[in-house]
Design a protein around this ligand. Structure first.
Ligand SMILES: Nc1ncnc2c1ncn2[C@@H]1O[C@H](COP(=O)(O)OP(=O)(O)OP(=O)(O)O)[C@@H](O)[C@H]1O
Ligand SMILES: [Mg+2]
Length: 429
């Protein structure tokens, strides 16, 4: 067939380990040969493992049809394969079948539940960072086609390609931050692709600012820490924290209908330990209390409620009412709770400073600890940013939330946790 692969494409195709599953992402700039490599790999697997079943998809079907599938057809043509002889394309089932019985289904991932009954030998994911982590995990669990005797050195494969994420997301967390030994990220800058027209990268350089160029051409992961609201948060701030039924338990609250954000903590004289969170969509204060009691039915120590002092326009009802509702609802379950909040909220920048100085003080002391269970709080810590060039926090707009639902969890959980920190360890400017 006469292809000469780029260095990163070869690395992507060849598995350097013997785990039964290989998980690989080709993280490249624009035109760095991502789709080329992915579709070639799909075909090679079909030819090598007779009767294998693969799934190739993207979040939207247009992307599958207009990009990925076209690239499959180009490869088939370059290989001299003839439609109807060497392979069949069925537009009714959207699948490609080879003479040896191997098959690839082309699908979008918009309704992942529809893919739940498949048993697959490989999965290809186009634009992986646009696909939710939950879909990725579901697809991983579909890799269970029965292996055939004739398949030599077979390994299940899930492989994707993507541009680096703009914000720290699951691809970074899974492949860079904490990768398992069978997870691989292959980085491919655009200028490595010698098959692009001359001057292609120079044109892009003129078009983009440095940040975009670094991400979309040099394929570098973004500088995810720049502009973050929470500074100095590192691995030593994350630790397993055991809930203790005899210790005082703090519930620190930000009241919203969607999402209600409460973080649970123990604290000492100078340290706070966030061990769980109650972040619920479309809910009420009563229901969140019930959730609390369900999770912690036998608490013996005191319960102290901290949180938002104001009844601003984000609240479902006035704060006074919310705290009264909490006390009453908890009392129904036999819990007595004290409310400890400020008479009014300090400026948000004071609260941010108070939080940051407990995360890591100037002399390096760490006093905020968070358990991994507090998923949404950690999401805030890693993603909540200032608007570029300003000291205002970049709160997602309604429109942005419509496009990316996880954004609605940005801000409120951080608010909740920081109310407690500011209450006990205020900073006066
Ligand atoms: N090994 C190769 N041999 C020949 N041509 C190649 C090779 N790798 C990539 N190309 C060509 O380079 C061009 C860009 O490749 P491709 O479309 O796969 O990049 P991409 O990273 O998917 O781009 P995009 O960012 O637009 O999705 C295509 O024309 C492709 O055919
Ligand atoms: Mg592509």
């Amino acid at each position: 067939m006469g292809y000469k692969l780029l260095k990163s494409q070869r690395e992507f195709l060849e598995i350097p380990h013997d785990y039964s599953i290989d998980v690989a992402v080709y993280q490249g700039g624009f035109g760095s040969g991502k789709t080329f490599a992915g579709s070639l790999l799909g075909i090679l697997l079909c030819l090598k493992f007779e009767g294998i079943r693969g799934l190739c998809g993207a979040q939207t079907y247009t992307l599958v049809r207009d990009t990925t599938l076209q690239s499959y057809f180009e490869h088939l043509e370059n290989m001299g394969f003839v439609a109807g002889v060497d392979y069949e394309w069925s537009s009714s089932t959207q699948s490609l079948t080879f003479k040896n019985g191997s098959e690839i289904l082309f699908r979008h991932f918009d309704e992942p539940d529809k893919l739940k009954s498949l048993n697959l030998g490989f999965v290809e994911i186009e634009e992986m960072s646009d696909v939710p982590f939950s879909t990725f995990k579901m697809l991983l669990a579909r890799l269970r086609q029965t292996q055939k005797k004739e398949w030599k050195n077979f390994q299940y494969r899930i492989f994707g390609h993507t541009n680096p994420e703009l914000n720290k997301g699951w691809v970074y967390n899974t492949f860079v931050d904490n990768p398992m030994p069978n997870y691989r990220l292959i980085s491919a800058p655009t200028h490595q692709n010698i098959y692009l027209p001359e001057g292609f990268c120079d044109e892009l350089k003129k078009l983009y600012d440095e940040k975009y160029y670094n991400i979309y051409v040099l394929a570098q992961t973004g500088d995810y820490d720049s502009g973050l609201v929470v500074k100095g948060f590192r691995e030593d701030n994350v630790r397993e924290i055991k809930y203790q039924q005899d210790l005082d338990l703090h519930i620190t609250c930000d009241f919203n209908v969607d999402p209600m954000s409460w973080i649970l903590a123990h604290k000492s004289e100078d340290k706070v330990f966030f061990f769980d969170e109650i972040v619920m969509e479309n809910t009420t204060t009563e229901r969140a209390c019930e959730e609390f009691v369900n999770r912690y039915p036998n608490h013996k120590g005191k319960i102290i409620i901290n949180g938002d002092a104001s009844g601003d326009n984000r609240s479902c009802t006035s704060e006074f009412t919310n705290y009264v509702i909490m006390k009453k609802t908890l009392a129904k379950f036999g819990y007595e709770a004290d409310v400890k909040i400020r008479a009014f909220n300090p400026p948000i920048k004071n609260r941010v400073m108070a939080f940051n100085s407990k995360v890591r003080s100037t002399d390096g002391e760490v006093s905020v600890f968070i358990d991994k269970k507090c998923e949404k709080l950690l999401y805030n810590i890693y993603n909540l940013k200032y608007q570029e060039g300003s000291s205002r926090i970049d709160i997602p707009t309604f429109q942005q939330i419509k496009h990316a639902k996880e954004l609605k969890f940005l801000m409120h959980p951080f608010d909740a946790a920081s109310y407690l920190v500011e209450y006990y360890w205020p900073i006066t400017l």
